[in-house]
Design a protein around this ligand. Structure first.
Ligand SMILES: Nc1ncnc2c1ncn2[C@@H]1O[C@H](COP(=O)(O)OP(=O)(O)OP(=O)(O)O)[C@@H](O)[C@H]1O
Ligand SMILES: [Mg+2]
Length: 370
């Protein structure tokens, strides 16, 4: 079936731009499986940031499934609670779509084209690769930069997403009296936050492969970056919900009790040996397996660093287990490590929550895009 012709300029007008050039003061908001998370940053000059406040509000089970909003009321209520807990007067938020809801593609266009000329190329390209009617799609593009040294072409990143996915998130935002000012993609937001971590590696890991391994509640995502660009992406079903379930079964706790106990401790002595350690072993194997998939499906046979993100990166000892299993230098992500902290943020709590705030942090940084 031929795709209908679209007018990209109209499409752009009718929706939130996926990549907005200049953003108003805003909060980064991540709606994930386990929680709504918000981060507010300010700029202290010289590309240095301060974290003003953050909040994490747990979501009821199954209100978000595989990144999709399944219960709009529950999510809207959680967004509201999260924002009041955050205690910020800012009502604009930057939010992100799950990776699977967005198709991105890089195309090359000759350097020196006008915005309108690029649009024509994007339109032609989009007609070729988008597998559903363009009526149902939000389309946007961003010029990445020259395609190589003294290149005559520039790379343009096209992003297309199903309108309904954007609309669900915007609706949950509006229920809470907030406004969606920027719509981004999980992966790109996490990559923006990774730029804050990159400086921890010698020579900023130039020409090296860095695997960002995100272990959340239900999914593990591995994104391998080379010089800041994603060269490999894969998701596999593994996450902390499994550990929560084991704690529930072993000690006869409710899901909520198990979640609290996981973080706060206070479980019986055999928790470590009989529940946590076997889970960490599986964790290490999952990461090793993910790296194997990377090696077999790309030209590369090495990963130089692993950055652990997601809530499970806060489990004690996890970096050691992964480093031992994979024989790769492993660090736990803390995008706030070089930031100033406002007095409202408790360093000890932030330390624990930091790895799960990559997306929210990357979104909060959209405030400073220029
Ligand atoms: N301090 C902590 N110690 C141990 N586990 C934690 C801690 N904080 C969060 N978790 C666990 O991490 C998981 C949530 O992580 P995260 O917030 O990254 O997931 P998510 O993004 O909501 O889920 P997904 O990525 O699967 O969509 C939960 O299983 C939670 O129990
Ligand atoms: Mg996640």
């Amino acid at each position: 079936m031929p795709l209908p012709k679209i007018k990209i300029s109209d499409t752009l007008k009718s929706l939130e731009r996926l990549f907005q050039a200049k953003a108003p003061p805003l909060i980064g908001m991540d709606i994930s499986t386990s929680a709504v998370k918000m981060v507010e940053l300010t700029d202290t000059g010289n590309k240095m940031y301060r974290i003003e406040r953050y909040a994490i509000e747990p979501l009821p089970r199954d209100s978000v499934i595989e990144g999709n909003i399944n219960n709009l009321d529950a999510v809207g209520e959680a967004v509201k609670r999260c924002h009041s807990r955050l205690g910020s007067s800012i009502k604009n938020v930057a939010l992100a779509l799950p990776n699977a809801a967005v198709i991105t593609k890089k195309i090359l266009v000759p350097a020196g084209l006008t915005e309108e000329e690029i649009e024509v190329q994007v339109e032609a390209e989009a007609n070729q690769y988008i597998p559903f009617s363009l009526d149902e799609v939000n389309l946007d593009f961003q010029v990445v930069g020259p395609a190589g040294e003294d290149a005559e072409d520039v790379e343009v990143l096209i992003a297309a997403s199903r309108k309904e996915k954007v609309e669900d998130r915007v609706a949950a935002t509006e229920v809470a009296g907030l406004k969606a000012a920027v719509v981004d993609v999980d992966l790109l937001a996490a990559q923006a936050a990774y730029e804050l971590i990159e400086s921890q590696f010698p020579d900023h890991a130039k020409d090296q492969n860095v695997a960002i391994v995100d272990v959340g509640a239900t999914f593990t995502t591995i994104n391998v970056l080379r010089n800041g660009q994603s060269i490999y992406l894969r998701e596999q079903p593994f996450g902390g919900a499994q550990l929560t379930q084991e704690i529930q079964d072993k000690f006869g706790l409710s899901r909520e009790e198990a979640e609290v106990a996981k973080r706060a401790g206070g479980l019986p002595d055999n928790y470590e040996t009989e529940v946590l350690n076997p889970f960490l072993e599986t964790f290490g194997l999952e990461v090793a397996r993910a790296l194997q998939f990377f090696f077999t499906s790309t030209q590369y046979n090495q990963v130089n660093h692993i950055v652990l993100t997601g809530g499970c990166a806060a489990l004690p000892g996890v970096d050691g287990v992964v480093a031992q299993r994979t024989q790769v230098n492993t660090i736990i992500a803390n995008p706030f490590a070089n930031m100033a902290l406002s007095s409202k943020v408790r360093p000890k709590n932030l330390q624990q929550d930091a790895p799960s705030l990559m997306v929210a942090c990357g979104l909060a940084m959209r405030r400073f895009d220029s």
